[in-house]
Design a protein around this ligand. Structure first.
Ligand SMILES: Cc1cc2nc3c(=O)[nH]c(=O)nc-3n(C[C@H](O)[C@H](O)[C@H](O)COP(=O)(O)OP(=O)(O)OC[C@H]3O[C@@H](n4cnc5c(N)ncnc54)[C@H](O)[C@@H]3O)c2cc1C
Length: 369
């Protein structure tokens, strides 16, 4: 039985751990963090993400702990409805979308990985690896070494495994947008069956239901590549942006410092070289991190995980399996990623055509993987 070491316990790494373990491999997962995430905002799961969650065997649990919507409604800053679109684009038997707290999703995936027999090691940041013809040995920051037949880098946009494998520091393209995200509770407001988006100029604010009276808010606004919003100024910055939207008074009045505001700059990493070399392979954001405009990052990472397990099960030879994985995954994931980023680029230039790009993405997603 091949032993596979996964670097990274995010959505991609945990999905890979579950898929590989179910395919009959022995799996150890090394996560850099010392414990499972405690906080975090929400994550939107469109229909194709729900289809892959079904394959992983976690769909029902994600829906039970999430909130399903059928519509995506867009408003102006005063709260006037501009238009609404159905979130169903793939399968009428699935909800249009599920929204879930990242921590809850991670907990569900972690539980299933453990049940599948995955050995999970916390506080193990992979910083180097050594290879021979027979094995690969990952070196962790604390000096521990772990030997395996395969090392799979699902270690996110700043992937160390990828950079060691490609022997270079991979360039991250700044997409010109900052993203602020926070969790919020609304005792006097009830979500119905829609995810809400408010737009004014180049600012977009999403209000995403996670339960009838709770949700998560994301704010997208242009920022330069050297901009950074420190933790202690984020709350006031976001409140100031929201105060320009009278239609969002129901949000602003319930903002509380109890729930931290996260800030990221939107960046893209697109690996066009093969995603594998010798006994090492990468997937998820390590290979294709993009803008969250189409909410596809997690679905693409989970698809990578499932396909990697399928190809390793289908081929005894590692090189053949990795090549088949790359051939199946790279065109689709990089296309979806590019469409997601293009929506941001066009928006910043004030160019129309986002609907066309969304339609193009749905056409790709309908093709299957
Ligand atoms: C603002 C924003 C909003 C988003 N919203 C959505 C959304 O609504 N829907 C959606 O589908 N996607 C969304 N995404 C994208 C999504 O978060 C990512 O595509 C997805 O999390 C990728 O999963 P991953 O496992 O590849 O990487 P990550 O989730 O980044 O996980 C990587 C893991 O590896 C660990 N790690 C890092 N380095 C090492 C190392 N050297 N050794 C060991 N462990 C390591 C990290 O601690 C982390 O746990 C969003 C992204 C952003 C920036």
């Amino acid at each position: 039985m091949k032993h596979i070491l996964i670097a990274g316990g995010g959505i991609g790494g945990l999905s890979a751990a579950i898929s590989l373990s179910k395919a009959g491999f022995s799996v150890t997962l090394c996560e850099a963090a010392s414990e499972n995430r405690k906080t975090g905002a929400g994550i939107l799961q469109p229909q194709n993400a729900l289809a892959v969650l079904k394959e992983l065997g976690v769909f029902e649990e994600c829906c039970k702990h999430g909130f399903q919507t059928e519509w995506f409604k867009t408003f102006d800053e005063q709260g006037n409805l501009l238009f609404q679109v159905s979130e169903s684009f793939l399968d009428d038997t699935l909800p249009g979308r599920n929204n879930i707290l990242r921590k809850t999703l991670n907990d569900i995936l972690m539980k299933h990985a453990k049940a599948a027999g995955v050995n999970i090691k916390w506080g193990k940041k992979v910083v180097a690896y050594e290879e021979t013809a027979e094995s690969v040995t990952a070196v962790c920051e604390d000096g521990e070494k772990m030997k395996a037949d395969i090392l799979a880098g699902f270690d996110g946009i700043h992937s160390a495994v990828r950079d060691i494998m490609l022997q270079k520091e991979t360039e991250k393209e700044h997409l010109g947008m900052g993203a602020w995200r926070f969790y919020i509770e609304f005792p006097d407001f009830s979500f119905e069956d829609a995810t809400l988006m408010y737009k004014s100029g180049d600012t977009q604010i999403g209000v995403v239901p996670l339960a009838e009276h709770a949700g998560y808010v994301f704010v997208l606004q242009p920022c330069t590549s050297d901009y950074w919003d420190e933790e202690d100024t984020r709350f006031d910055r976001v409140k100031e942006i929201l105060s320009g939207f009278s239609g969002l008074d129901f949000v602003t009045k319930h903002m509380s410092k109890e729930h931290p505001v996260m800030f990221n700059k939107l960046e893209q990493v697109a690996v066009h070289e093969p995603w594998h070399k010798d006994r090492v392979v990468i997937g998820g954001d390590a290979a294709h991190a993009g803008a969250p405009t189409l909410a596809q990052g997690a679905a693409m990472a989970i698809e990578d995980a499932i396909v990697l397990a399928e190809e390793l099960k289908n081929h005894d030879d590692i090189k053949t399996a990795f090549h088949a994985y790359y051939e199946r995954r790279a065109p689709r994931a990089l296309k979806v990623q590019n469409l997601s980023s293009e929506i941001v680029r066009r928006g910043l230039k004030g160019e129309p055509g986002a609907e066309e790009l969304i339609g193009e993405c749905y056409a790709v997603l309908r093709e299957g993987y």
